[in-house]
Design a protein around this ligand. Structure first.
Ligand code: ADP
Ligand code: MG
Length: 399
């Protein structure tokens, strides 16, 4: 689960991390009020969307030479004018995709006088099963280029959970950022605070870009992007309350109501599968035969007819889906239940694209019989390979 920058900064502040003063705003009037409260003389008006690259982003509705989604301004009137331009409009950044994201919230922050911009992030390193730090002197808006052309400027290390965060980790960060004296001390303190926030709150990723040194020699968290481990959210109701559903894929929200593991993807073949491993294999084999999956969907082991129906509806409602592959191995899940669910869903919403069904396992004969007697236009398949080839072919022919 992701949260907004201003929410992330509020959490980091609780742990003592140095962030600028700022106030969220939902309307131009609130932005104006916030600007008065902060006092100036320099303000930054920041679009709050669940994506980075806002500074270099472009608004769809504004002329091409209009400023981006993060603006440094020098008067209260300009705060308000920027708020008017941003709110309700669609910001397109390198992370949003072409569709962009509508800006519904702003963060009005006091402007910092920046001397240097660094990069610092933390994430779970799955290879070492540890929390890893990624640090670079080359922070700011071009970090992707740094990773690509000068990877030696990026320093990484991980923290042994048995010993936890140690002064040596802080010193490593200070050294990687060429900091000494008081700034090194500030970096060491910050590393401790960030690690505490990260582990206490079950974060999955924390990215500070930029982490800056101000002209008066202070280290400051100027941007913060945080995501949480969804499986641990139940332990943090205060984090769950920060969820902003307008930032999420409507299909994914619908799926979560039915306890379906669903992730929307960019391809054209909708997949309904039981078991995460089989779902991954199904996506792989679709790619192998030259097409792309439109989603990851695991209906789970003990899915009911209602859940299967809901899953099928979510897939068919997606206009990007040009064909559907149902691939079920009935273990705990029974094939006849899947067949029932698919038939019920098709009766309700219709079927406008080719559908390949591959059933195997418990009650497979009953499941196949239900489908063949349903009168649905279903292409039957014997195994995974056969099923993938058939759906890719059917979609190509229909195109
Ligand atoms: P994004 O990463 O989405 O582009 P940032 O929050 O990193 O958004 O802002 C982009 C740039 O704007 C930063 O790299 C920094 O140079 C500048 N910036 C952001 N916040 C402030 C601030 N409070 N004061 C001064 N400059 C800022
Ligand atoms: Mg940034």
């Amino acid at each position: 689960m992701n949260i907004h920058e201003y929410q992330a900064k509020a959490i980091l502040k609780e742990y003592g991390a140095p962030v600028s003063r700022g106030i969220p705003a939902f309307t131009p009037d609130e932005a104006e009020k916030a600007a008065h409260e902060l006092g100036g003389p320099v303000w930054v008006v920041k679009s709050q969307i669940h994506a980075g690259g806002r500074g270099k982003g472009k608004f769809k509705e504004l002329p091409a030479d209009a400023k981006g989604g993060v603006r440094v301004v020098k008067s209260v009137q300009d705060v308000k004018a920027s708020a008017q331009e941003m709110l309700g409009n669609t910001l397109v950044t390198i992370q949003t995709g072409e569709a962009g994201k509508q800006v519904n919230r702003l963060y009005i922050e006091e402007g910092a006088a920046i001397d240097k911009e660094f990069y610092l992030s933390m994430l779970i390193d799955r290879v070492t099963s540890r929390v890893a730090f990624v640090v670079s002197t080359e922070g700011g808006m071009d970090i992707e280029d740094v990773a690509h052309s000068t990877p030696e400027k990026i320093v990484t290390f991980s923290v042994d959970p048995a010993t936890g965060i140690q002064p040596l980790h802080g010193r490593k960060v200070a050294k990687a950022l060429n900091l000494s004296g008081d700034l090194a001390k500030q970096a060491e303190a910050l590393v401790k605070q960030l690690y505490a926030a990260f582990t206490d709150k079950d974060m999955a990723m924390l990215e500070i870009n930029p982490l800056v040194v101000t002209n008066d020699g202070k280290l400051k968290v100027l941007d913060a992007k945080v995501s949480f481990d969804s499986n641990a959210i139940y332990r943090h109701p205060e984090v769950a309350a920060l969820r902003d559903e307008t930032e999420e894929d409507a299909k994914e929200i619908e799926a979560s109501k039915y306890d379906l593991s669903y992730i929307a993807l960019d391809g054209s073949i909708g997949c309904m599968v039981n078991g995460a491993g089989l779902a991954m294999a199904t996506m792989d084999i679709i790619k192998l035969y030259g097409a792309e999956p439109a989603n990851f969907l695991d209906v789970g082991g003990g899915a009911t007819k209602e859940r299967v129906t809901a899953a099928f509806k979510i897939i068919t409602a997606d206009p990007a889906v040009k064909g559907i592959l149902v691939n079920i191995f009935g273990g705990i899940m029974r094939c006849d239940v899947i067949a029932d669910g698919v038939i019920a869903a098709v009766k309700e919403v219709g079927l406008k694209v080719p559908l390949v069904v591959r059933l195997e396992g418990t009650n497979v004969e009953a499941g196949k019989k239900l489908i063949s007697e349903s009168g649905l236009n279903v292409i039957a398949a014997d195994d995974l390979d056969d099923a993938a080839q058939k759906i890719v072919k059917a979609v190509k022919e229909a195109a």
